[in-house]
Design a binder for this molecule. Structure first.
Ligand SMILES: Nc1ncnc2c1ncn2[C@@H]1O[C@H](COP(=O)(O)OP(=O)(O)OP(=O)(O)O)[C@@H](O)[C@H]1O
Length: 309
């Protein structure tokens, strides 16, 4: 669905966004739009620029080039900042605070604080309210940090690899909490993760970056339906001639069999078995093929006017 024209501003819109550190560009010419209300997976190899992008959306980093807007505003402590909660990769918490004190701090700092939900998230993991944060396991600390971010009831929740230190059961439980809460409150979620199979179950939107630029962005359904996985008999090296008119994202030869992920431009000639790829197959193909043409679906295309606003 294309949200253009909807009354709600996009949750995030970036145009020509870039960040340069001493060693070079961490993110370059990055343009996309994330419509409000989506659960968006942010995918990319190590060092692709995911944390840098999130840092600019939450005003921890200033862009070197271009623009990023959150609900139509430049990120800052005011409106956009108040509507956004960020769970950083290192989950910064006060180690000397007890869990109860941590939640009390959340309540005192945030007018729309949802104590019941925050407590439920903590209690369902049997984390003692009286325990000091510094004595908790990594996964328990993540649960508390998650409760703190979620309890703010933000309109935009930005999570940097939230699942990396969670066991599979906790991961599923917290992601279910996330999805139910987001559905109930219309929260937009931007979540980076390397767990591609998990993202398939959680996300309805996707942003893929590699080497500092956008490789793919849009509705998961849309991105899936425009790809086909072809399997056929390989006759040699390289992309077979009959695929030349289509966009071949990746082609791999194994023995006498060739497998190609393509964006077909009309019917495919030749004898191929055509299958619908999984999200994981599409993501892996794009991650392995940095030279494949990027794919930005209409709902994810940034409006150049954002840069001028
Ligand atoms: N504060 C900084 N100073 C200098 N370089 C930085 C800084 N922060 C990030 N970088 C560089 O920017 C690039 C992008 O880093 P970033 O942390 O955004 O990647 P990432 O996609 O989040 O990676 P990962 O999946 O490993 O968490 C990397 O090359 C990194 O070394």
């Amino acid at each position: 669905m294309d949200n253009r024209g909807a009354a709600e501003e996009p949750a995030i819109e970036a145009y020509g966004l870039g960040k340069r550190f001493r060693r070079g560009w961490a993110l370059k010419d990055c343009s996309f739009r994330l419509p409000a209300g989506r659960i968006c997976g942010l995918v990319g190899p190590n060092g692709a620029g995911k944390t840098t992008l999130m840092g600019m959306a939450v005003n921890l980093l200033k862009p070197t080039a271009g623009t990023v807007r959150v609900f139509g505003e430049t990120p800052g402590p005011e409106n956009a900042g108040r509507r956004t909660a960020f769970l950083a990769q290192e989950k910064p918490l006060f180690r000397r605070f007890t869990v109860a004190e941590t939640l009390r701090m959340g309540r005192e700092l945030n007018p729309g604080w949802d104590q019941r939900t925050a407590e439920e998230i903590v209690r369902s993991g049997d984390v003692p309210m009286g325990a000091r944060v510094g004595t908790l396991s990594g996964g328990q600390r993540t649960r508390v940090a998650f409760a703190l971010a979620f309890g703010r009831r933000p309109d935009l929740l930005i999570l940097d690899e939230p699942m990396s230190d969670l066991d599979p059961l906790v991961r599923h439980e917290l992601m279910a909490v996330l999805m139910a809460g987001a559905a109930e409150h219309g929260t937009t979620v931007l979540m980076s993760s390397h767990m591609l199979a998990d993202l398939e179950n959680i996300c309805d939107y996707l942003l893929v970056i590699a080497a500092g630029s956008v490789r793919m962005a849009g509705e998961v359904d849309e991105l899936l339906t425009c790809h086909t996985l072809l399997t056929g008999a390989g006759t040699g090296e390289g992309v077979p001639q009959e695929l030349a008119r289509h966009t071949v994202v990746e082609s791999r030869t194994s023995g006498r069999q060739i497998t190609a992920l393509v964006r077909p431009d009309g019917p495919v000639a030749g004898t191929w078995q055509a299958d619908a790829p999984s999200l994981e197959e599409v993501l892996l193909a794009y991650l392995r093929s940095p030279d494949a043409p990027p794919l930005i679906s209409p709902s994810a295309q940034a409006d150049p006017k954002v840069a001028a606003a």
